[in-house]
Design a protein around this ligand. Structure first.
Ligand SMILES: [Fe+2]
Length: 320
């Protein structure tokens, strides 16, 4: 007979288990060196933790929820908006329970506030800050953990985030593509500003730039750092994927947000300043195609960063 979830978690330890890897480690001292500057891969100790089995995630979704959730059922492409396939959905619980067969993506938000998941997720939030050092300590305003659950072969569309992100792969594997956040021809100032007033589809996937991505074959037991505004997208392998999105809102981003004058926001979205942050009012940017006849892969200094890791995550295939 299996123990109730709380007892299994407590029997296994809320965070690292005896003799196992700690919840997060930094053997190459990469966090401080690369924090919010370069993408890199790192090991973690949450693989096979009972909290991230589907049965536990269904229980989480069933609890009276203070968390928000996003989910969509059905096929998506790399350049589809987040709002696609959100009508006539399966229920959240059905989507998670049958995630192996329904081509879906689920995002459970603010799970660090859940009484059962809180201890382990808050430990990982704290460790990232401790490893990353003084600069991050000064910049962090708030941390949040999302749980991402995805069907076999499911795509997560091309997008960027205003949060500093550490994607922690807990079950299954995927190919994960991260682009240079400092390249203004990938993300212009106008697109960042559009994003910050609520247009989460402000950047457009460009197939001709695909070969410039850093491509991770990301397996359970490893994670990847995604700096603020670094575009990324993912293609699940032929397995159910469970990952944590460990996010931090940073002071410089918040300043940037509040620095945009209200009149400018209003002009950009065609509304009043007080409605400027309303998501549905944001005007999508026109799709841009920056044709490049040749796509030259850039040299990836990140290769050296993961040399000490298992081969399962060290494949940086650049382009397709
Ligand atoms: Fe993201």
């Amino acid at each position: 007979m299996s123990l109730p979830l709380e007892e299994r978690v407590s029997a296994s330890g809320a965070a690292a288990r005896d003799g196992d890897m700690p919840v997060l480690s930094d053997p190459e001292r990469q966090f401080q060196r690369n924090y919010n500057r370069h993408t890199f891969a790192f090991p973690h100790g949450l693989t096979d933790h009972p909290l991230f089995e589907l049965s536990s995630l269904v229980e989480l979704a069933r609890r009276p929820f203070h968390h928000e959730a996003y989910w969509s059922n059905g096929k998506v492409d790399a350049n589809d908006p987040w709002e696609i396939n959100r009508d006539a959905r399966l229920s959240l619980v059905d989507t998670i329970a049958n995630i192996g067969d329904n081509n879906s993506l689920v995002i459970l938000k603010h799970v660090e506030q859940d009484p059962v998941y809180g201890p382990v997720l808050q430990e990982i939030l704290a460790r990232v800050v401790a490893f990353s050092g003084e600069q991050m300590r000064q910049e962090v305003l708030v941390g949040e953990v999302l749980i991402l659950i995805a069907s076999p072969n499911r795509l997560t569309s091309y997008h960027m985030d205003a949060e500093c992100n550490f994607l922690v792969q807990v079950a299954g594997s995927k190919t994960f593509f991260v682009y240079d956040h400092t390249d203004p021809t990938l993300v212009s100032d106008e697109e960042r500003e559009q994003y910050q007033i609520g247009n989460h589809n402000s950047i457009v996937y460009q197939e001709s730039r695909q070969c410039e991505a850093t491509a991770y074959e990301l397996h359970a037991g490893y994670g990847v750092h995604v700096p603020v505004f670094a575009p990324h997208w993912a293609r699940n392998h032929d397995n159910v994927s469970v990952a944590l999105s460990v996010n931090y809102e940073l002071r410089p981003m918040a300043r940037r947000k509040t620095n945009i004058p209200g009149e400018q926001l209003a002009a950009q979205i065609g509304g009043r300043p007080d409605s400027a942050r309303h998501f549905s009012l944001a005007r999508p940017l026109k799709a841009r195609r920056r044709e490049r006849p040749l796509c030259r892969p850039r040299a990836h200094s990140a290769q050296a960063d993961i040399s000490g890791l298992d081969a399962s995550v060290s494949r940086f295939s650049v382009g397709e």
